[in-house]
Structure formats: structure tokens, C-alpha cells
Design a protein around this ligand. Structure first.
Ligand SMILES: *Cc1c(COP(=O)(O)O)cnc(C)c1O
Length: 368
């Protein structure tokens, strides 16, 4: 028998979250961002549930091929554009729309031979200082693209650094609006945090296309300020396993490598078949929430490669074989948001979802 660990992708929750985001910006078109193999969920596993999107945004060309192989004929956007000239051949062949964020990408387009002109999203650096043309060179880049026979439609995009936090987006919206004022074309600005926090009352932020990722995958982009219950989102991935051993401890006994946890009183610990080699963060320490038989308890001691220990003292009915949910939804329906686990590990949910290990078997529930 295989180890009892399993990840479950909740198709119903993916569809719900996408609809929730669409409802927040009803007049905008929605890219479902499926980069990083759909934030660790698996592109093929999420595709059916996310078909209601207007397009799929990602950055790996092999992933774009996979989306086309699934039969998707609608828009696909390469968020970082192409990485070398011959990538443009694939863009022509698969009709991929691509971001243009630097001069080199325009040079490559100018040298590209194609019968089908490309749709591009010209990216402006409005303050994040990652990718994009600075405001003062945007117009020149736009004019260069406009003159190319290889390009038909030019859209405009930028990306926010602080949509989830106190600095906010006003300075970037202002920079983008000023630099693009008289340029034609569709616009795309907002990630999940901007959709949920800033786009509803603001047509400039909403624009023509929004690009939510993490909220589609059932995580609150601005946790812990808000949680998924606040935003009406549902977990899309459950990582669950079982208790495969039980130990009765006396006061003074320790648990796990480095004896980092010491029992202060008699207690029971359950050993769960899940460790950092499954993608559970090693940085989760004593106190990290876990659901056992649908009830919250805590991790004790260090995470090891294949196991973690959980406190069963408050759950007398739990024991060998009990369900342990590391994040997601328990059989009882109780939810442990991945955001809480990420926070306990000093990171963000994105990293946990993307790091689900290949050795964990994955099933899809609620698939149509
Ligand atoms: C990843 C990404 C997104 C989605 O961001 P979330 O925070 O996951 O919603 C949107 N736009 C760009 C350019 C991205 O790289």
C-alpha cells in the first residue's frame, strides 16, 4: 500500500473562486493565471474548472503548449514574453499573445518572419522595477511596435508591487495613466490583490483585463489582514495524510530531531505521514495548526523528511489512522487555510502550493 498522503484538487472550489473574482469586476475580462503549473495544482487538473476564464496567462512556453493541447483556442498570454528569438515561432504557430517588456524583444519581433501578425502587451514599469519600459521610453517602444508588420494589436500592461499592502497602488496607477494617456489599446493592471482590494470602484484599475492568480487558488492575497472567509474564497488544494503511529509521552519527554519540543505534562502525539520531502515546509514549528479528524490541533517538534508529530492530547478519540489535514478541507468540511500554514513557516501560500512534491499522489474531486 502506498503512503497514505494525498493532495486533492477541488474543481468546484476553483470554479467558485474564478466566479467570485469575475463577480468583483463584472465588466473586465479575466486571465486565469496558470503559471508554475497552475500554482502547483497541475494545468491539466485545473483546466476544466477554469474554462470559464477569458484567457490563460503563464510564462513557460511548454505550459502554453499544454494549454493548447487541452483544446483551448482562446487567448493565452506569455507574462514575461519570449526569452529568445525562436520562441516567436511558437507564438506564431500557437497564436500566443506575448508581453513585450524590453528593447531586445522588439528587435527579435522586427526580425521575425510570420504571416500572422502578433498581439502584444507592451509592459510599463510603473514603479515595481522588475520588468517593463520606464515611462519616458514607453512611447518610443509603442511607436516601434506600431511600425512593425509583425504586430497587429498593441495592448498595455503594468504590475503592482503593493496591491496587498499599506503602500497601495495609487502611485503606480498614476504613473501608468499619465504615461499611457493618449495611447490606444486594451489595458491590464490588476493581480488578485488589486482585483479584491482596489478594482471594484475604479474602472482604471479594473481596465479591460485582470490577472488573478493566487485568489483563484483559494488563498487570501492580503493575509493576515484578511482571510479567505472574508473574501468568499474556498481552498482548492487539500494536503492530507494519516496518523501512522501514536506515542504516549511523560513530562520531560521530547519529540523529534533536535528534541526541540519537550512535553510539560503527560500527552499523546500522533505521527503523520507527511514531511518536507512532500512539500510541507520544514520551517513550520511547534504550534503550526493541523486538522486531525477535522479538529484543530498543533504540530509539535521539528518537521522531518517524511513525518511530522501532532498533539493528540485534546482529541481523545483521534489515534492510529486518523485523518490529518496539513492544509485545505477536512472530510468534515472544516477548513485550514494554506495561508495560516504559510505564515507559520514565515512565507506565503504561493510557495507552499508551488512546492507540492512530485512524490505526492494528486486526485481531482468534483471534476466535471
Ligand atoms: C503572477 C502574476 C500575476 C498573478 O498574481 P497573483 O498575486 O497570484 O494574483 C499577475 N500578473 C503578473 C504579471 C504575474 O506575474
Amino acid at each position: 500500500m502506498p503512503r497514505p498522503i494525498q493532495a486533492t484538487i477541488h474543481a468546484d472550489a476553483l470554479a467558485h473562486n474564478l466566479a467570485r473574482l469575475r463577480g468583483a469586476v463584472p465588466d473586465a475580462k479575466v486571465w486565469a493565471v496558470v503559471k508554475a503549473n497552475a500554482y502547483g495544482h497541475g494545468i491539466e487538473r485545473v483546466f476544466g474548472a477554469l474554462r470559464a476564464a477569458d484567457g490563460f496567462a503563464l510564462l513557460d512556453l511548454a505550459e502554453a503548449e499544454r494549454v493548447r493541447a487541452l483544446g483551448w483556442r482562446g487567448p493565452i498570454l506569455l507574462l514575461e514574453g519570449v526569452f529568445e528569438p525562436r520562441d516567436l515561432e511558437l507564438c506564431s504557430r500557437l497564436q500566443l499573445w506575448h508581453v513585450v517588456h524590453c528593447e531586445q524583444q522588439i528587435d527579435w519581433l522586427a526580425a521575425h518572419k510570420t504571416h500572422a501578425p502578433h498581439r502584444v502587451f507592451l509592459k510599463m514599469n510603473s514603479g515595481m522595477n522588475r520588468l517593463g519600459f520606464p515611462p519616458h521610453s514607453l512611447r518610443t517602444a509603442w511607436a516601434r511596435l506600431d511600425a512593425l508588420p509583425q504586430v497587429d494589436e498593441i495592448s498595455l500592461a503594468t504590475h503592482f508591487s503593493d496591491a496587498d499592502g499599506p503602500r497601495g497602488i495609487a502611485h503606480q496607477v498614476q504613473a501608468f495613466t499619465a504615461a499611457t494617456r493618449d495611447l490606444p489599446g486594451e489595458r491590464s493592471l490588476s493581480n488578485s490583490a488589486a482585483v479584491l482590494r482596489h478594482a471594484q470602484g475604479d474602472t482604471t484599475v479594473r481596465a479591460d483585463w485582470v490577472r488573478p492568480g493566487i485568489a483563484v487558488y483559494g488563498s487570501a492575497p492580503d493575509f493576515p489582514e484578511h482571510d479567505i472567509a472574508h473574501w468568499g474564497l474556498r481552498p482548492t488544494m487539500t494536503l492530507a495524510s494519516r496518523v501512522i503511529g501514536v506515542q504516549a509521552l511523560q513530562a520531560g519527554d521530547t519529540v523529534g530531531y533536535g528534541s526541540s519540543f519537550t512535553a510539560e505534562a503527560p500527552m499523546r502525539v500522533g505521527i503523520v505521514a507527511c514531511g518536507y520531502a512532500d512539500g510541507y515546509p520544514r520551517h513550520c514549528g511547534t504550534g503550526t495548526p493541523v486538522l486531525v479528524d477535522g479538529q484543530r490541533t498543533r504540530l509539535v517538534g521539528r518537521v522531518s523528511m517524511d513525518m511530522v508529530a501532532v498533539d493528540l492530547t485534546p482529541l481523545p478519540a483521534a489515534g492510529f489512522g486518523s485523518e490529518a489535514v496539513l492544509w485545505g478541507r477536512a472530510a468534515t468540511g472544516t477548513v485550514l487555510p494554506v495561508d495560516e500554514v504559510a505564515r507559520a513557516a514565515g512565507t506565503v501560500s504561493y510557495e507552499l502550493l508551488c512546492a507540492l512534491a512530485p512524490r505526492v499522489p494528486v486526485v481531482v474531486d468534483g471534476a466535471d
